[in-house]
Design a protein around this ligand. Structure first.
Ligand code: ARG
Length: 460
């Protein structure tokens, strides 16, 4: 096997070691970025006085031919190809002859791989942002369709206070807004060009690093060549964002699984997003959501694994760094399925207001009763205690608190008046929480509007 670096070796690489060492199996996904980087580098070498303009254009034309081969699936890999960088260069030289061998002047695979991978991650951030936006739009659609439909809100998974479906759906919208913000920040830190760092000490030819960065769509250049070839913070950033997205998907999943059970029946998952059981004919399983919840584990694992790989590496490039790609590809591929599937599931979700209403027992209004006393001047702590005794009384009688008479309430505390009936009502409870972010109709309308703007909902 002839290798890029074969000159100083007297014996060929062991077959098993070659397979252990190679990264082509997975880094072939970087071919487009690798060719873009090489096109820019060839042109940069003209400015540095290394290549004539003609030589550069021969190289660029050859690279475009290699790109066509990849695009059309006709590129033939050779057993000796070690990674995408060596495969592209090998093929280029086959196509255009020895001048192809000038392309690597002043460059190392160390700055080359960092450049390619950063370009790839930048594109991945843009693509994931689009998927997140679509899911946001699905959530906004669901929120708008059932904005004021009441259901129990839970803390500790116990009945707490009435909320609405719109409020609930939007509660899963804003985490995605933060994820998109995080993606943008990760992209910004990724968009820094290491090209020109060479192996570690910097390029020995007067290459215009800023011009190269600009040509490739970077926003700036790395300030230190040693750091440039060893920095994989952008990988950890990306994997962290992916893990957070996975975590958010897992939480929506868990809640919808619960809400779709026979015990809740708040929602019905569309048949297109469910599966059956091979033995129990009645079953409809929320596999899609369970798998989404499960996949959050691998997204977390990708981050943890990468951090472990990076910890303790001496600068600058170490082969350990080749381990950076698979977790990123895996995280990206996972989310490129998880996010559209979740968007489709939300788009087709049926909600059951009548089953939600069944669960709206009056215990959920206990806080409203305490607020009523507080509004009459009673210190809230005392009001809390009074209502606690009312709840106990209702429990002892085996009835809801709404079934107690005014006389019963007054026996516990004389502050209660006839107007108390107006607060023992779900609608009134919802309407009273009118602060921004609250569950009252006007507050929700404003929140929905803000969410629509944040995700370009219905934008032409
Ligand atoms: N395949 C390598 C990687 O993915 C490319 C860089 C190799 N550099 C080197 N000095 N061996 O990291």
């Amino acid at each position: 096997m002839s290798k890029l670096w074969g000159g100083r070796f007297s014996r060929q690489i062991d077959e098993l070691v070659h397979h252990f060492n190679e990264s082509l199996t997975f880094d072939r996904r970087l071919y487009d970025e690798d060719i873009n980087g090489s096109v820019a580098w060839a042109r940069g070498l003209v400015g540095a006085g290394v290549l004539t303009a003609d030589e550069a254009e021969t190289i660029v034309a050859g690279l475009e031919q290699v790109r066509d081969e990849f695009d059309s699936g006709t590129f033939v890999y050779e057993p000796a190809d070690e990674d995408i960088h060596s495969a592209v260069e090998r093929r280029l030289t086959e196509l255009i002859g020895p001048v192809g061998g000038k392309l690597h002047t002043g460059r190392s695979r160390n700055d080359q791989v960092a450049t390619d991978f950063r370009l790839w991650v930048m594109r991945a951030c843009d693509e994931l942002d689009g998927h997140l936006q679509q899911l946001q739009q699905a959530l906004v659609g669901s929120a708008e369709a059932h904005l004021h439909v009441p259901l129990p809100g839970y803390t500790h998974l116990q009945h707490a206070q009435p909320i609405t479906w719109g409020h609930w759906a939007l509660s899963h919208f804003w985490p995605l807004a933060r994820d998109r913000e995080r993606l943008g920040q990760a992209r910004g830190r990724t968009a820094v060009s290491p090209l020109g760092a060479a192996a570690l000490a910097g390029c020995a030819f007067p290459i215009d690093r800023d011009g190269l960065a600009q040509a490739l769509g970077f926003e700036g250049i790395t300030p230190n060549s040693l750091d440039a070839v060893s920095d994989r913070d952008f990988v950890a950033d990306f994997l962290y964002v992916a893990a957070m997205i996975g975590l958010h998907m897992s939480r929506i999943s868990e809640q919808l699984i619960l809400y779709s059970t026979a015990e809740f029946r708040f929602v019905r998952i569309d048949d297109g997003y469910s599966t059956g059981s091979s033995i129990m004919p009645q079953k409809k399983n929320a596999d899609t959501l369970e798998l989404t919840r499960g996949k959050s584990g691998r997204l977390l694992g990708n981050l943890a694994g990468m951090l472990a790989t990076l910890k303790g590496l001496p600068s600058t490039y170490d082969k350990d760094l080749q381990e950076d790609k698979e977790p990123v590809f895996d995280a990206f591929d996972t989310l490129c399925v998880v996010l559209p599937v979740m968007a489709g599931l939300i788009d087709t979700l049926t909600i059951n207001p009548q089953h939600m209403a069944v669960q709206l027992e009056s215990g959920l209004l206990a806080t409203d009763l305490a607020d009523y006393l507080a509004k009459k001047g009673m210190p809230f702590r005392e009001a809390h205690g009074v209502v606690g005794r009312i709840v106990r009384l209702a429990e002892e009688r085996g009835v809801e608190i709404t079934a107690l008479s005014l006389g019963d309430l007054q026996q516990v505390n004389p502050t209660f008046q006839a107007d108390v009936v107006s607060v023992l009502d779900v609608k009134a409870s919802l309407a009273s929480r009118a602060v921004p972010g609250g569950t009252a109709p006007e507050a929700l309308a404003a929140q929905l509007q803000a969410a629509k703007e944040a995700c370009g909902f219905n934008a032409a």
